[in-house]
Design a protein around this ligand. Structure first.
Ligand code: M6R
Length: 609
């Protein structure tokens, strides 16, 4: 949460920083700001609201020269106001921060006693004042930053400018991500790659408890005590156009339509096309170790958690391994039972979700092997795992996750098939059959997307309703949860996902003629039972929007509106059924005129607890 950008180089620094902030706006967008030097004084321009408000404030400002830092905020401590927006400053220091300074209250009291004053309600301001106080004691800028870092507790990614060191950016990291982009005669600092790929594909990743000084001629990285650290330069293959809307009204729509490509790319990395086998090169467990796995524990948050719930079906059905699924925010504080025969499977689009990282550390301390499914190479979760399977979805910018979700499902199916191959090598023909089914999925999604105008019409009919219920059974129950989450996060309509069989245990009391109920009922082993649940809704005047397999006349006759998916092996229906629900949520939100790519109160990477 919160995005940081810094620039040193020959271009107009504030333009580069603002352009970078726009790429990071998905990380938080309740206020933003920028700081730079003007006539040897620090100039800070910041405002409540989105970056477009900052741009308005910057119109008519003089050029700022070669160095600037900027921030887009998702508020933790202190309301989203002009004053609480970053950068925070003193006459000698300005800084931007992602994270939480946990001991800010104590530090603030000490500084107030020494006569320093504060203007904001944030935890961050204390660090700017602390560095200033160290400069007042006569320390050099570098020493002042080092001494201050030694005094703070908590999570931070920081970019700092200091009067008297006007061609240098000071940076530091603990728990929150920060990278340095190495351009030609220019250097960038950012929370993630999307802010720098227009300028360079070469970057360095800062690790916890590392700091650096960046100038246009290079950077020096040290630990907090000043000991030099040699860093590896990495390269990204992401191309800048993947982070553009390319004619779509919203990133979310573009990303929904990218799913066939994303899934085909994800598959091409892991399927051996000649032998129809799953090939997870360098998987960290030998065959015997795989045969000794006692349990798989899947841990994730939000949409990735829903992918995990589907993954449980894949793993239990395809390889008979006991699988549990947990929310990362619960797992890490629950004294979980983990041993060296447990495989921990983490799922995260961003690879930076703090709760998922916390769960990873907990499981690692208890001896589990850590395998991750992740969309961002070199993210924290990728680097801390024993093995990562990458979703090849490309950058996902819309806050509502879509293409990353289906790509996660594809990886989960692949892991399940891989474990099956290793545990029970003999039934080669069954693996081949499943792999063939997976290879059909990109085409089947294309077919669903070809029908989006029909789903848009359904959205037009229903966008004014206040509450929605989503029902599904078996492997489509998680899709009911995901459909409801998509609708609530981008349209602000109250929506609940339920296991269809649970209806009669409570939620059926909600049904009346004002309640649209989305029923997921593909032709699978649950079909007849789901139809009975649908009849229960219908006989209580509920409005049914159903989602079935191709032209299902029976389902159509019971429903006010009908959506469909092509037939596929029943285990893999979730990879298809989620797509019409993504489109339904998207079009409902579009008719309501909400801010689809940046819904209120949300951020793409949740890097605070
Ligand atoms: O990056 P992650 O997959 O770890 O993120 C987890 C959740 O924050 C994320 O899926 C969130 O629920 C999305 N906004 C859902 O659309």
């Amino acid at each position: 949460m919160c995005g940081i950008v810094g620039y040193v180089g020959p271009k107009e620094a504030k333009d580069v920083v603002v352009e970078g902030l726009k790429k990071l706006e998905y990380r938080g967008y309740d206020s933003s700001g920028i700081a730079y030097f003007q006539d040897h004084s620090i100039e800070v321009i910041k405002t409540k609201g989105k970056i477009i408000e900052l741009e308005k404030k910057l119109v008519g400002q003089r050029t700022c020269g070669k160095l600037a830092i900027g921030h887009t905020r998702w508020a933790t401590h202190g309301r989203p106001t002009d004053v609480n927006a970053h950068p925070h400053r003193t006459p000698r220091v300005a800084l931007v921060h992602n994270g939480i300074i946990e001991n800010h209250a104590e530090l603030k009291q000490e500084l107030i006693k020494k006569g320093y004053e504060f203007v904001s309600e944030t935890d961050t301001e204390v660090l700017a004042v602390l560095i200033h106080s160290k400069l007042d004691e006569g320390l050099t800028p570098m020493q002042a930053v080092q001494k201050s870092l030694a005094a703070v507790e908590g999570a931070f990614a920081l970019a700092i400018i200091i009067k008297g060191a006007e061609d240098q950016l000071f940076i530091a990291k603990n728990l929150n991500p920060l990278i340095i982009g190495l351009g030609k005669d220019e250097m960038l600092v950012a929370s993630d790659i999307s802010a720098i790929i227009r300028h360079t594909n070469r970057f360095i990743i800062l690790e916890d408890n590392e700091m650096g000084v960046v100038s246009n001629s290079g950077c020096t990285i040290t630990d907090f005590s000043g000991k030099k650290i040699t860093k590896e330069v990495k390269e990204t293959s992401w191309n800048p156009t993947l982070a553009e809307k390319e004619g779509y009204k919203h990133f979310m729509k573009k990303e929904i339509f990218e799913q066939p490509r994303a899934l085909a790319d994800t598959l091409s990395d892991i399927v051996d096309n000649e032998r129809f086998r799953i090939n997870l090169r360098d998987f960290p467990l030998a065959k015997e170790e795989i045969q000794n796995i006692s349990r798989i524990v899947i841990v994730a948050c939000g949409t990735s958690y829903h992918a995990g719930l589907v993954g449980k079906f894949f793993i239990e059905n395809l390889c008979g391994l006991h699988t549990e699924v947990d929310l990362a925010s619960e797992f890490r504080y629950r004294n979980p039972i983990i041993d060296k025969h447990t495989v921990m499977l983490l799922i995260s689009q961003s690879g930076e979700t703090i709760d998922t990282i916390g769960a990873l550390m907990e499981a690692r301390a208890r001896g589990a092997k850590i395998v991750s499914i992740c969309n961002v190479r070199e993210s924290t979760i990728d680097r801390k795992s024993d093995y990562t399977i990458f979703t090849d979805a490309g950058p996902e910018i819309g806050v509502a996750s879509t293409k990353a979700f289906t790509a996660q499902l594809m990886c989960l199916a692949a892991i399940a098939l891989f474990l099956r191959q290793e545990i029970n090598g003999k039934d080669h023909h069954m693996t081949t059959k499943y792999v063939e089914e997976l290879l059909k999925i990109p085409g089947a999604i294309n077919q669903i997307l070809g029908n989006d105008s029909a789903i848009q019409e359904i959205a037009r009919e229903f966008f004014n309703y206040r509450d929605f219920l989503y029902l599904g059974r078996g492997n489509n129950f998680p899709i009911a949860l995901e459909g409801a989450l998509k609708l609530k996060e981008i349209s602000y309509i109250h929506a609940e996902g339920y296991a269809a069989g649970e209806m009669k245990h409570g939620p059926i009391a909600l049904i009346d003629e004002e309640m649209p109920v989305v029923v997921i009922a593909p032709r699978d082993r649950y079909y007849q039972k789901t139809l009975s649940n649908l009849e229960e809704v219908k006989s209580r005047e509920g409005i049914i929007i159903s989602l079935g397999t191709e032209r299902d006349e029976k389902l159509m006759s019971l429903s006010k509106a009908y959506m469909s998916v092509p037939p596929i092996d029943e285990l893999f229906y979730p990879l298809l059924t989620v797509v019409p629900l993504q489109l339904l949520a998207y079009y409902i939100a579009d008719f309501r005129g909400t801010d689809i790519d940046q819904p209120r109160n949300l951020a793409k990477s949740v890097t605070v607890e």
